[in-house]
Design a protein around this ligand. Sequence first.
Ligand code: 3HC
Length: 295
Amino acid sequence: MELDDVDTIAVLGAGAMGHGIAEVAALAGYNVNLRDIKDEFVQNGYDEIEWSLGKLAEKDQITDDDADAALDRVTPIVEMEEAVGDADFVIEAVPEKMEIKRDVWGEADEHAPDEAVFATNTSSLSITDISEATDRPESFCGMHFFNPPIRMDLVEVIRGNHTSDGTMDITEQLAEEFGKTPVRVRKDSPGFIVNRALVPLMNEVAWLVGEGEYGIETVDSTSKYGMGLPMGSFELADYVGIDVSYDVLEYIHDVLGDAYEPAPLMREKVENEELGQKTDKGFYDYTDGGEGVDI
Ligand code: 3HC
């Protein structure tokens, strides 16, 4: 498979990352099969794409015609066979659980064309382990986008133990076609590069606040105004989903050991289903349409 042969991209999972990746692919001119397990989920993802394209057009970052054409290229689908049957490239962005990812890939592998390339948007899990759910692990790699995909420039392209050079090359080329900057991750280790650094930072500030000396806003002010991050660390955890960061953290902890033990404050938020912006409550409160954060 060469990049020029890629015409249709299947995106499996229409959540925050999946619909964002689908939008990026459609804007780059690809036909996109956006698939989720329920009509409602896939429709939500489609609606989010429509909203985002509308925002970009409103701000003259794209034309109205570009927005309409990109949306026309996205097909919402529930059936796996229909989603991947004509796909040249499949990108998976389903929940960050090994069993779910392996199940989805096992099913996709049955229906996708033999020459299709497979990429998982996992935030931290082993590419090698996921790839072994398919009969073509050499055509499988990691393609890790950042939230929100439409705005974030970086894509980590991660080699599993079985990934061929050709698979790495075409995935990097596709990331460039998407207008992104790929970084090649040679070692399939938990959290790769970005989340290995970022998620322990979120965890460490949760330990710090848990010690009782400082409040969330104070610590976030230091991340934002002292370290130059675009958002405070708690604000960012709310933005990506505390559950998402927590899953990454648990996996890094399991594989790399005690230094990465999740802070009780993070665990409590997950147990109470206060997961950030998506549940209107996380480290900050977003009810009543509030911005949640003012630091
Ligand atoms: N599409 C289109 N418009 C969008 C949008 C989207 N997806 N999301 C937000 N907007 C709009 C907002 O509605 C708002 O519009 P308005 O001005 O009309 O109200 C506007 O964009 C805000 O844009 P600004 O440029 O003014 O906002 P910022 O300059 O603050 O940028 C940001 C927003 C890009 C999110 C910036 O705050 C940022 O870079 N934050 C950090 C993000 C980050 O670090 N992401 C990585 C997280 S880690 C990860 O994803 C890995 C995973 O595996 C866990």
